[in-house]
Structures are given as structure tokens and as C-alpha cells.
Ligand binder design. Structure first.
Ligand code: UDP
Length: 266
């Protein structure tokens, strides 16, 4: 799936990065990547002459959605980088004997990308939120913000968003329309975004809400324990319906792990 082309990315300590290993969780691909490596790859893809790459931060809810939705599944298969976002991803990978080294969440990735000097365009979230997130990224991390726009994933709103992105010509486009709308929006307008000069486009979910302080970010201890899903459920109870798929994800992941471990070795 991954199209690293002839690009050689180097990590912050100057090492040349090797192509990323893919692990499949319930049939959906995800890369074994650290935050530093993800930033190095994305930064390398911002060099002149590179084609547009899509980055997905994949969590268990998205895995379950991709199993039901072939369009979303194809978008993930064609992404250049799929990072494991959510403790469910690392647990499922460990259970099946193919551990992932790290979790790379949308908010961690956006904060780290803000420090690379590449220009960012923040698209999505409620009116005013992307502007507030941009101001936090500028002041806290020295980000180069090319532009912001709330927009919406509706087809009739695409022209206005593309016009603003074209005027801003950012290296990196961060889209906060929620999954899978944001990933499908990027894939649908891939050619137009490339013509706008965008090199890397990624779906970032609730990242702008966290950065702007609209939604409180779980404390570090909650994140370390992998209990963000419980924290979000308590703070945003309307999520319970979406999180109903999580027990099914856990059940299927355990079943897959048993099948992989008992199955014939290749
Ligand atoms: N959002 C949007 N337009 C829409 C749907 C969602 O701008 O039509 C925004 C929403 O305001 C939020 C972001 O998409 O800022 C992601 O929402 P959510 O927390 O549901 O995403 P998740 O992190 O769970 O993927």
C-alpha cells in the first residue's frame, strides 16, 4: 500500500529511515511507526517535486467503520502512512504477536508538525475553532499557519474550501471533519489539493477542539493508561452510540489473535 517512492527520509538524529512495516488489524492496514518517524516521513514528503500523500490516524472505531464501508477501506489502503491512534490498536497488535512500537495520535502529530517549519492549513471544526487552534500552535510551537477555514464535508462547500487552500498553498493540510468524512473528503479532492500545492493531507478528528480548549484533553496519566475512550465517554456522553463498536472490536481482535497464533506458520 505504501508509496514511499524514491524518497529517503531522515530522522531528527540524521538516520535514514527504512520503509515502514505494515501490520493488519482485522484486515485493515496500519504502520509500525513512532511519532519522530512519522514527522520525518511527512517532512520529507513536503520537499519540492513530491506528489500529494494522504496520512490517516487510525483508531478502533475507524477499523470497524472500514470493515463495513469499502470506500473508506480503499482510502486507508491507498494512504501513504497510517498511524496507530488509540490503545485498542496497540493492544490488538500485541495480542496477535505483531506489536506496534508506539501510538501516534492526531493531536501529537499536529503539535510535532507545527515545530517542523512546514506551513499548515487547518480545515474543519466549528466556526472559530480552527483559528483558535492555529493561534495556540503559533504561540506554543512556532507554527507557520498558512490559513484556516471551518468549511464542511458537504460537496457544495468544497469549492469555497479549495479556493482558500489554493490561495494559501500550504505544505500540510489538516482536516477536522471527523472520521471517515475527513479521510473520504481528502481522497475525493486529491487532484484539486495537489494542484493547490498541498503535499500531505491528514484527517485529525477532534484535534482542533483539544488545541482550542473546546474539549478538555485527557490528563497525561489517563493517556498513559490508555483510558482516553473512557474519559471521552464521561465528558462527551453522546459518544456512547459510536463507542458501541468497541466491545465488538475487542472480541474480534481476540478471535483474530487466537486464529493467528494457532494457525499455520508461514
Ligand atoms: N466536524 C465538522 N464538520 C462536520 C462534522 C464534524 O467540522 O460535518 C468537526 C467537529 O466539529 C470536530 C471534528 O470534526 O471538531 C471531529 O469530531 P470528532 O471528535 O467526532 O472526531 P474524532 O476525533 O472522534 O474522529
Amino acid at each position: 500500500m505504501i508509496d514511499h517512492g524514491s524518497t529517503l527520509a531522515t530522522s531528527l538524529d540524521g538516520r535514514v529511515l527504512v520503509p515502514l512495516r505494515t501490520v493488519r488489524i482485522l484486515g485493515i492496514p496500519v504502520h509500525d511507526v513512532t511519532l519522530a518517524e512519522a514527522v520525518a516521513w511527512i517532512s520529507a514528503w513536503c520537499e519540492p517535486g513530491e506528489s500529494l500523500r494522504q496520512v490517516v490516524t487510525l483508531n478502533p472505531e475507524m477499523v470497524m467503520a472500514a470493515r463495513r464501508d469499502p470506500v473508506f477501506r480503499t482510502v486507508i489502503e491507498q494512504a501513504a502512512l497510517v498511524t496507530p491512534d488509540g490503545v485498542g490498536m496497540t493492544l490488538a497488535a500485541r495480542l496477535r504477536g505483531t506489536p506496534l512500537r508506539a501510538r501516534v495520535t492526531g493531536v501529537d502529530l499536529v503539535e510535532a508538525l507545527a515545530m517542523t517549519g512546514r506551513s499548515l492549513f487547518l480545515l474543519g471544526a466549528a466556526p472559530g475553532v480552527a483559528e483558535r487552534a492555529a493561534s495556540v500552535l503559533e504561540h506554543r510551537y512556532g507554527a507557520r499557519i498558512a490559513g484556516t477555514w471551518a468549511g464542511s464535508p458537504k460537496p457544495e462547500d468544497a469549492a469555497a474550501a479549495l479556493e482558500r487552500i489554493a490561495a494559501a498553498r500550504p505544505h500540510i493540510l489538516c482536516v477536522a471533519y471527523g472520521a471517515p468524512a475527513q479521510e473520504c473528503w481528502i481522497a475525493r479532492y486529491r487532484a484539486e489539493l495537489a494542484a493547490c500545492g498541498v503535499r500531505v493531507a491528514l484527517g485529525v478528528g477532534g484535534t482542533f477542539d483539544y488545541l482550542a480548549g473546546v474539549v478538555p484533553r485527557p490528563p497525561a496519566v489517563v493517556r498513559r493508561l490508555g483510558l482516553e475512550w473512557l474519559y471521552r465517554l464521561i465528558r462527551q456522553p453522546w459518544r456512547w452510540r459510536r463507542q458501541l463498536v468497541l466491545p465488538l472490536f475487542a472480541w474480534l481482535a481476540i478471535g483474530e489473535a487466537i486464529a493467528v497464533r494457532l494457525g499455520p506458520r508461514t
